[in-house]
Design a protein around this ligand. Structure first.
Ligand code: AMP
Length: 430
């Protein structure tokens, strides 16, 4: 089977790496991919994965490519093409594709949509309000004493959430998004949520329109600096499993969220075939959803896919075909840790084109995989080409060993200005 993967980050490298192990796949392309993806080969016939120069948001060109190459199955990694309706467009052209359709992708592309859905269908979430006008927004924020999260409604590269501790900060955040348009049209509406305290975890569930299969827990590290300091990023590292829930507790949390979510989707005519990724705060009053995403987390995909034992191709086909009820997800019992190495300055501005050394040496380590995110080839050299550059991922019998192995990989890699957190998974071990 010929497969096309869309996207260019660490998540897409992890998807390509796992799919490349499937005996069902004979040829694979990635649009646009990165230097690491271009180095992957299919296990069954050693054919190289080919990166093609089409952007993940160039939908007509992607359709034309899939038609020309007779692609049997397309896998979408990032949120933006899903929000633009890539799944609907491919299906209209009789092309098989995995990911949430445009209606379903609203769970991520509109925080106002998600919040309204959660409230109407009894999904536990933060007390909140949605506003298009600053005065009403400020009035509501004042009722929370300014302790809130002010969120741009639309997609804002993971940066559209401003955390506030008092009324002044809340008013400033509201002005920034609604008046100064810091996130452009993504901020034409805002959602204000009460500030929730607790342990934050990532849940993932593979869905086929009727069934949702819950993954084990993972925990992301969104802030740029150690000790959860600094700005919010796309994610600086992750690990799985997160030890804050037993299997029974995870099943109970999953049921509290996924049962009403599935019922709500059915009632609202939403057929969600793809990956639902709720961000959840474990508060003293129980689990509460702070947001939904409609695709794999990045870097969560890196740790999940290094633990998944099933053939990913079979899972994604079952998701499209509505056949997940017949499949059991199998996870290896190892722990997996991913440490993101980023360009100096990220999540602000950063230079590109810095040569990366030590990749071959780090790649030799056992049970370690260097997933590429923002990398490119410059002649024979691999260079930095984005904010998040690499996701150094290692798996081992327990979290402590996996963490040591991931940092052993990081220690072998250098590029000018490299920054990374030194405390990935530390919370779980303390
Ligand atoms: P989001 O993109 O909505 O997940 O928000 C980004 C990050 O901001 C989350 O991962 C949390 O760490 C934090 N956050 C968002 N909403 C809340 C909330 N209501 N209470 C506390 N922290 C939050």
């Amino acid at each position: 089977m010929k497969v096309l993967v869309i996207g260019s980050g660490g998540r897409e490298h992890a998807l390509v790496w796992k799919l490349a192990q499937s005996p069902h796949i004979t040829q694979m392309w990635c649009a646009p991919g990165n230097a690491g993806i271009a180095g992957e080969r299919l296990t069954q016939n050693q054919s190289a994965v080919e990166c093609i120069n089409i952007g993940a948001e160039q939908l007509p060109q992607l359709v034309a490519f899939a038609q020309e190459k007779k692609i049997a199955f397309t896998v979408v990694g990032p949120d933006k093409p899903l929000a633009l309706g890539i799944v609907d467009l491919f299906e209209k052209n009789s092309l098989r594709i995995w990911g949430a359709n445009q209606k379903a992708a609203q769970f991520e592309s509109s925080k106002a949509f998600s919040q309204d859905f959660m409230e109407r269908h009894g999904i536990p979430t933060a007390r909140s309000g949605t506003f298009a006008e600053q005065h009403a927004a400020k009035k509501f924020a004042a009722t929370l004493n300014g302790r809130c999260a002010v969120k741009a409604d639309g997609l804002a590269l993971g940066k559209g959430v401003l955390m506030c501790g008092n009324v002044d900060e809340a008013n400033k955040a509201i002005d920034e998004i609604l008046v100064s348009k810091a996130f452009g049209s993504a901020g034409s509406k805002i959602v204000i949520q009460e500030f929730l305290e607790g342990m934050e975890i990532s849940l993932h569930a593979l869905c086929d329109g009727k069934t949702a299969k819950l993954f084990p827990t993972a925990q992301d590290h969104k802030r740029a600096l150690d000790g959860d300091q600094g700005l919010n990023t796309g994610g600086m590292g992750t690990y799985s499993p997160a030890p804050f829930l037993t299997d029974a507790e995870l099943a109970s949390v999953g049921a509290k969220i996924l049962k009403p979510w599935l019922k709500g989707c059915a009632a609202d005519g939403i057929v969600f075939k793809g990956l639902l990724y709720p961000g959840v705060m474990l508060t003293k009053d129980g689990p509460k959803v702070i947001e939904f995403n409609a695709r794999f987390g990045d870097p969560e995909a890196q740790v999940y896919l290094t633990r998944l034992e099933n053939d990913l191709m079979e899972l994604l086909e079952a998701s499209v075909d509505g056949a997940l009820d017949k499949i059991e997800l199998r996870w290896n019992p190892m722990s997996s840790v991913c440490v993101v190495m980023a360009s100096g300055g990220y999540p602000g501005s950063y230079p590109k084109g810095k040569p990366i050394s030590g990749l071959a040496e780090a790649g030799q380590l056992t049970n370690t995989k260097i997933f590429h995110a923002g990398t490119a080839c410059a002649g024979d050299q691999i260079v930095t080409n984005g904010g998040r550059v690499l996701g150094v991922t290692a798996w081992a019998k327990d979290l402590s060993a996996a963490r040591n192995a991931a940092y052993a990989g990081v220690d072998r890699i250098t590029f000018e200005g490299a920054q990374y957190r030194r405390d990935i998974a530390a919370k779980a071990l303390s």
